[in-house]
Design a binder for this molecule. Structure first.
Ligand SMILES: O=C[C@H](O)COP(=O)(O)O
Length: 261
């Protein structure tokens, strides 16, 4: 097993208001124990409007749960109506921010250049980007998934220093597995995650690649997390639907208790 610390993140997407978010983080804290929270990094990623409330709950109760945001502007300040800057997120004690989630790429036409600008904005503001990549069904059916995902990773990391690359979390999420109940098999997930680590090693060296944490995302649940985490190049999960159920999400974070690892 590698010494990379596993990271299990729950992306709440646009599903909860700030009151529901407070309840959810409190239930989650009650379902986890401190031992689990030191072995595994658990992060919640609420919508923007709930970040302040969740941050207050985490800080007030000294919960060992990390906070992330779902997106950020590539700009640091200015006349960008509707956008949220990295410095605003850092001020709310966010440690992580998603960049290039497939729903942003699909519904907001975010391309690799914009995603890369967001990754760099994250670092400028002391945030760790979770760079999301993944192929659609057509690309997978045409057997282009490995090349597609490694190109997205290299484009997303453009202009970063080796030390920054080491800190990046990459989330491999095959688009056809998101919210569909279809999980990639552990071997499918490992194939792409292994290729991602190899392409980072080629570009930045083996030491850098060995430090990068790579998550799998797409219909992760308690029943399948152990076999996913048993893969050598998978260091965590980016969980959508199942993270809205505190017990289920806590059970995912306890993946070591499940058979298979
Ligand atoms: O960010 C999370 C992913 O989009 C996965 O969502 P899901 O677990 O509902 O398939």
């Amino acid at each position: 097993m590698s010494d990379r610390r596993p990271i299990i993140a729950g992306n709440w997407k646009m599903t909860v208001n700030h009151l529901e978010a407070i309840l959810l983080v409190q239930k989650l804290a009650a379902s986890l124990n401190e031992q689990q929270l030191t072995d595994v990094e658990v992060v919640v990623v609420p919508p923007f409007t709930a970040l302040r409330s969740v941050q207050t709950a985490i800080d007030g109760d000294k919960l060992l749960i990390g906070l992330g945001a779902q997106d950020l502007s590539p700009h640091d300040k200015g006349a960008y109506t509707g956008d949220i800057s990295g410095s605003m997120l850092a001020k709310l004690n966010c440690s992580y921010v998603l960049a290039g989630h497939s729903e942003r790429r699909q519904y907001h036409h975010e391309d690799d250049v914009l995603v890369n600008a967001k990754v760099r904005a994250a670092f400028r503001n002391g945030l760790t980007p979770i760079l999301c990549v993944g192929e659609g069904l057509e690309v997978r059916d045409a057997d282009g998934h490995v090349g597609h995902c490694t190109e997205q990773v290299i484009a997303g990391l453009e202009g970063l220093t080796a030390e920054q690359v080491k800190k990046v979390v990459v989330a491999y999420e095959p688009v056809w597995a998101i919210g569909t109940g279809k999980t990639a098999t552990p071997d499918d997930a490992q194939e792409v995650c292994g290729a991602i680590r190899s392409c980072i090693a080629e570009a930045y060296g083996k030491e850098v690649a060995e430090a990068v944490r790579i998550q799998y995302g797409g219909s992760v649940k308690a029943a399948n997390i152990a076999s996913i985490m048993a893969q050598p190049d998978i260091d965590g999960a980016l969980v959508g639907g199942a993270s809205l159920d505190a017990e289920e999400f806590a059970s995912i974070a306890r993946f070591r208790d499940h058979v298979g690892r």
